[in-house]
Design a protein around this ligand. Structure first.
Ligand code: S3P
Length: 445
C-alpha cells in the first residue's frame, strides 16, 4: 500500500472522442464512513458500490484490526459486522494508512474516545501531512499523542474513556477535522458540538443520522452547528454508495476537452457540498446536463451528459473551494485549454493534500506547455483557447509526487495535447480509482 514498487510511467496522448456511457466507482468519502460506522454498529451492515481503492481498503484493514468483520461477498456486496460503539479492540500492530489522510484523521477521532492505543503509519506523502489539526480538538477531549516532528506520522494515539465532550469551532474548513470530532463524540457522554464557519462535505452528518445517532444540524451567526449526543447506539444499515463526483470529474473534463466527445457518466453523487466543480465548468461554458436526478444512499445523484465545449476562463469564487477542494487539479487542466484567464484564490489548503497541489500542477502544466503563474494561494492560468497543449518534451516526465489526482489530471491533459504527456508514475491512481485506465480505454473505444 505504500508504493514501494518501481514506478509505472505512462504516456497519455490524444486519441478519439469519449463517448457512450460509463459508471465511475463509489464515492471515496462515503465508502470510508460506511465501513467505519458499520464497524461500530452491532449486527450486519451491507454496502453495495463500495470503492475498492487502496485508501478504503486501508480503512477496512484497520477496522478488522480493531475487532470488526469487514468482508466482500462474491457479488461485490460488502458485509460488515460491527463491535458496538465503545468496544473497539486494541490493534495488535501499527495501523498502516498507506496514502490515506481520510482514514488517518477519521480513525484518530474514533479511537480517541476508546481506552486503546494505536500507532499510525503511512507512505512518504501521508507522513508529511499535518495531523495537528485533529490532535488539537482530540487532545481537548482527553486523548494523548506522541507524534513525529511537525505533528506528522508516525504517531501514537492513546485514547481515553470517558472522554470529555467539547464544543469546537473549526479553524480550517475541513470535513476530516469535523468528522474526527464527531466520531470521537460517538463514545463520549454528553453533547459534542462542531461549529463550521464555512460548510464542508456533510457525508458524516448524513450517515450518522442514517445509522440512528442523535445528531442535529443548525445555524448560529451564519455558521453551521452540528450537535451529536453520545453515547450513541448505531443500528446497522443497508447502504448504496453513489458514484464519486471527484472521480467523475476527470472524465467530465476529458469529454469537454476532446473534440467530438459526448459521454454520459452514470450515477454521479451531486451532494451540494461536493459538486461545485460542475457549476464552475458550466460557468466556463461547459455543456453538462443532469439526467434522471434521484436519491441514492441518502445522497442526491444524477447521470451527467457531457459534450465537447469551448471553455472560457473565469475567476473562481474562493467561497466555492470547500465544495470542490479535490477538483482543482483537473479544473486547472480545463483552464489551460480555455480561452482567456482563469484565476483561483484562497487555495492554501491545496498545499497540504497528498502533494502540494499548487506547486505540482504549476510544474506539470508548465512542463506540458501551458502558461501558469503560481501564487501563494492559487494559480493564474492563461488558457490556450482550445489549441492542444504541446505535451511533455522528449525525456520529460510529469512528477506526480504520490498524488493520484495529479496523475489523473495530467492524464486528461495528455488527451488534449499534441505530443502526449508522460506521467512518472500511474501507481498512485489505485488509491482512489483503480479502474481509471480501463474506463478511459472503454470511453475512447
Ligand atoms: C475528505 C475531505 C477533504 C478531501 C478529502 C476527503 C473527507 O479533506 O480533500 O479527499 O472524506 O472528509 P479536508 O476535509 O481535510 O479538506
Amino acid at each position: 500500500m505504500s508504493h514501494s514498487n518501481p514506478p509505472s510511467p505512462r504516456r497519455f496522448a490524444a486519441t478519439g472522442p469519449l463517448s457512450g456511457r460509463i459508471a465511475v466507482p463509489g464515492d471515496k468519502s462515503i465508502s470510508h464512513r460506511a465501513i467505519m460506522l458499520g464497524a461500530l454498529a452491532v449486527g450486519e451492515t451491507r454496502v453495495t458500490g463500495l470503492l475498492e481503492g487502496e485508501d478504503v481498503l486501508a480503512t477496512a484493514a484497520a477496522m478488522r484490526a480493531m475487532g470488526a468483520s469487514v468482508e466482500r461477498g462474491a457479488d461485490g456486496t460488502w458485509s460488515i459486522h460491527g463491535v458496538g460503539v465503545g468496544s473497539l479492540l486494541q490493534p495488535g500492530a501499527a495501523l498502516d494508512m498507506g496514502n490515506s489522510g481520510t482514514s488517518t484523521r477519521l480513525l484518530m477521532g474514533l479511537i480517541a474516545s476508546h481506552p486503546i492505543r494505536a500507532v499510525f503509519t503511512g507512505d512518504a506523502s501521508l507522513s508529511r501531512r499535518p495531523m495537528g489539526r485533529v490532535m488539537a480538538p482530540l487532545s481537548r477531549m482527553g486523548a494523548a499523542f506522541e507524534a513525529s516532528p511537525g505533528d506528522t506520522l508516525p504517531l501514537m494515539l492513546r485514547g481515553i474513556s470517558p472522554a470529555v465532550p467539547i464544543s469546537y469551532r473549526l479553524p480550517v474548513a475541513s470535513a476530516q477535522v469535523k468528522s474526527a470530532v464527531l466520531l470521537a463524540g460517538l463514545n463520549t457522554a454528553g453533547l459534542t458540538r462542531v461549529i463550521e464557519p464555512v460548510p464542508t462535505r456533510d457525508h458524516s452528518e448524513r450517515m450518522l443520522r442514517g445509522f440512528g445517532a442523535a445528531i442535529a444540524v443548525g445555524e448560529e451567526d451564519g455558521a453551521r452547528v452540528i450537535e451529536l449526543t453520545g453515547e450513541a447506539d448505531l443500528t446497522p444499515q443497508t447502504i448504496a454508495v453513489p458514484g464519486d463526483p471527484s472521480s467523475a470529474a476527470f472524465f467530465a473534463v476529458a469529454a469537454l476537452l476532446v473534440p467530438g466527445s459526448d459521454l454520459t457518466i452514470e450515477n454521479v453523487g451531486l451532494n451540494p457540498t461536493r459538486a461545485a466543480l460542475y457549476d464552475v465548468l458550466r460557468e466556463m461554458g461547459a455543456r453538462i446536463e443532469e439526467h434522471d436526478p434521484r436519491e441514492v444512499g441518502g445522497e442526491p445523484v444524477a447521470d451527467l451528459r457531457v459534450r465537447h465545449s469551448q471553455l472560457t476562463g473565469v475567476a473562481v469564487d474562493p467561497a466555492l473551494a470547500p465544495a470542490m477542494i479535490d477538483e482543482f487539479p483537473v479544473l486547472f487542466v480545463a483552464a489551460a485549454l480555455a480561452a482567456g484567464t482563469t484565476t483561483t484564490t484562497g487555495l492554501e489548503e491545496l498545499r497540504v493534500k497528498e502533494s502540494d497541489r499548487l506547486a505540482a500542477m504549476a510544474a506539470a502544466l508548465t512542463l506540458a506547455g501551458a502558461r501558469v503563474e503560481e501564487r501563494a494561494d492559487g494559480l493564474v492560468i492563461e488558457g490556450s483557447g482550445g489549441d492542444p497543449l504541446r505535451g511533455t518534451p522528449a525525456g520529460g516526465q510529469v512528477a506526480t509526487h504520490l498524488d493520484h489526482r495529479i496523475a489523473m489530471a495530467m492524464a486528461v491533459a495528455g488527451l488534449a495535447s499534441r505530443d502526449g504527456i508522460e506521467i512518472d508514475d500511474t501507481a498512485p491512481v489505485a488509491t482512489s480509482f483503480p479502474a481509471f485506465e480501463t474506463l478511459l480505454g472503454e470511453a475512447q473505444a
